[in-house]
Design a protein around this ligand. Structure first.
Ligand code: HEM
Length: 472
């Protein structure tokens, strides 16, 4: 209960600081939408946080695919189903604001990232940043990923290991080298801590940066990152490398005069946001994949054989690395990763704010309504995915994909805000798979069923106990 007042204070702060935002719809304007207000003061917040999928399923069973809840101090409307996903993500009529959907959660620590922008401004910056994901820079990141991952995975050795913290640390290390062009060391370590504090603060219930609170630490972390990145940006502009930050440092918006680069603070905010968007999503999804491969040794064997063939067919290093040009051959790995993202989408739901009124499923939804869609709910719907808890990568053969609604699988979102880093995520996954599966067999204890924490990004509560057995 104590968390409600600070949440409201934060919300007011965000709304006030952004006078161009559409005014939130009044509570009574949503009376006609079926749903529940939950308990006094806290509404449905705690039920949603404790078990988002189960809660969504119960609400849908009681009220249908359009329902109202009351969380984080205000009423919201959830739309469930592939058609709802298409309406909100494709957003043909420019009805929905991503900035005003995510802003209340992310604005204080990660302002002005791509997800916090809309329409023409968003399109211009997104196009400018997309140079960092073209084949040439991707090839360079792939080389760095191979060397960082090979060294760390080799050092893991045999025995039981908590997989989630291990892969989180490794992913931070790879981010330092491929995103920032920094060797891993005390400097990168300090930045990582600042970054972890910011992510923690983004979902902290107390929203004021008071001393000793998560938000206090987060704001201090942001200051450190901004100062450091501003200095680094000047260095990269004077002397660019091949890292992602150097690409952003040299990015220009379309039509801008030759020589005019994005402003320093714009590049710094985009880079900080991107690190946040990349880090926990890769960590969470790769953890799901390894958990499933440990539980399904036949798929593990297939992926090991496929990676071995891909790596040995190209390059001169005798299969020791996974070359960029060989990634396309890992088709079964692609399907298995898609299935892991279906089972446990790292971004389980996506918020937007309606800029104008609209109608969906026979319900009139007023302007200013906070609207959410749920990848987690749609990915678990047995009508689309028979036996949805079963890990079955064959759900992603080209024929199976062609037979399904395009918006039935949305781990990367869709439309204008579709994940800009999805190919990077797939590349890192394949390089990780190659280095892990070529050295080890991964196993879990028989009957092992780890509990997962759903919020803010899914992770196994016990860290995921995986046993590594070296392949001789
Ligand atoms: C498996 C890993 C990942 C998943 C599941 C994922 C998921 C998502 C989703 C669902 C969105 C759209 C959110 C919305 O529409 O509101 C998104 C956007 C974004 N992602 Fe990812 N992401 C992943 C990895 C990455 C990586 C590796 C990077 C960077 C290298 C990245 C950078 C971004 C950025 C910058 C956006 C904002 C795009 C925009 O608004 O135009 N993501 N991601």
């Amino acid at each position: 209960m104590a968390s409600l007042a600070p949440t409201r204070a934060h919300e007011i702060q965000s709304e006030k600081g952004n006078p161009h935002w559409t005014r939130l719809a009044s509570e009574s304007a949503l009376d006609h939408i079926p749903g529940e207000d939950g308990w006094p003061l806290v509404g449905t917040t705690f039920q949603q946080l404790a078990d988002p999928i189960g809660f969504g399923q119960r609400m849908q069973a009681r009220h249908g695919p359009v329902f109202r809840t009351r969380s984080f101090g205000r009423r919201q409307v959830t739309l469930i189903g592939p058609d709802a996903n298409e309406l909100v993500l494709f957003d043909r009529d420019k009805l929905f604001s991503s900035e005003q959907g995510w802003g209340p959660v992310l604005n204080l620590l990660f302002p002005r990232g791509l997800m916090l922008m809309d329409f023409a401004g968003h399109r211009a910056d997104r196009r400018a940043l997309s140079i960092a994901f073209k084949p040439e820079p991707m090839r360079h990141y792939c080389d760095l990923l191979n060397s960082d991952i090979a060294r760390v995975v080799e050092g893991w050795g045999e025995g039981e290991r908590l997989f989630y913290p291990a892969i989180k640390a490794l992913t931070l290390e790879t981010a330092a080298t491929s995103f920032l062009g920094l060797p891993f060391g005390p400097e990168a370590d300090r930045l990582n801590q600042a970054f972890v504090d910011m992510v923690q603060a983004a979902v902290a219930p107390v929203r004021r940066p008071l001393p000793f609170t998560a938000m206090g630490k987060g704001v201090a972390g942001r200051k450190l990152m901004v100062d450091y990145f501003t200095r680094l940006l000047r260095e990269r502009r004077a002397n660019p490398g091949q890292d992602m930050f150097s690409q952003f440092a040299l990015a220009r918006r379309d039509g801008e005069v030759e020589g005019e680069l994005l402003a320093e603070d714009v590049v710094v905010d985009h880079m900080i946001f991107l690190m946040m968007a990349a880090h926990d999503t890769i960590t969470s999804s790769f953890t799901t994949l390894i958990w499933q491969l440990a539980a399904h040794p036949q798929w593990q064997d297939k992926l090991r054989a496929e990676a071995r063939a891909a790596a040995s067919g190209t390059g001169s290093l005798g299969g020791k690395i996974m070359p960029y040009d060989a990634l396309g051959q890992m088709e079964q790995a692609d399907m298995a990763f898609k299935e892991a993202l279906r089972i446990m989408p790292p971004v389980p739901s996506t918020p937007r704010r309606a800029l104008r009124e609209f109608t969906f499923g026979g319900h009139h939804i007023p302007a200013g309504t906070m609207v959410g869609i749920s990848a987690a709910a749609v990915h678990a719907d047995p009508a689309t995915w028979p036996d949805p808890e079963r890990f079955d990568p064959l759900r992603f053969t080209p024929e199976a994909v062609a037979a399904r609604h395009k918006y039935a699988w949305i781990p990367y979102g869709g439309g204008a805000h579709m994940c800009i880093g999805l190919h990077f995520a797939v590349m890192q996954t394949k390089v990780l798979l190659h280095h892990i599966l070529s050295r080890y067999v991964v196993e879990t204890a028989p009957g092992y069923a780890p509990a997962w924490q759903a919020w803010p990004i899914p992770k196994p509560r016990d860290g995921l106990r995986i046993t590594f057995r070296r392949i001789s």
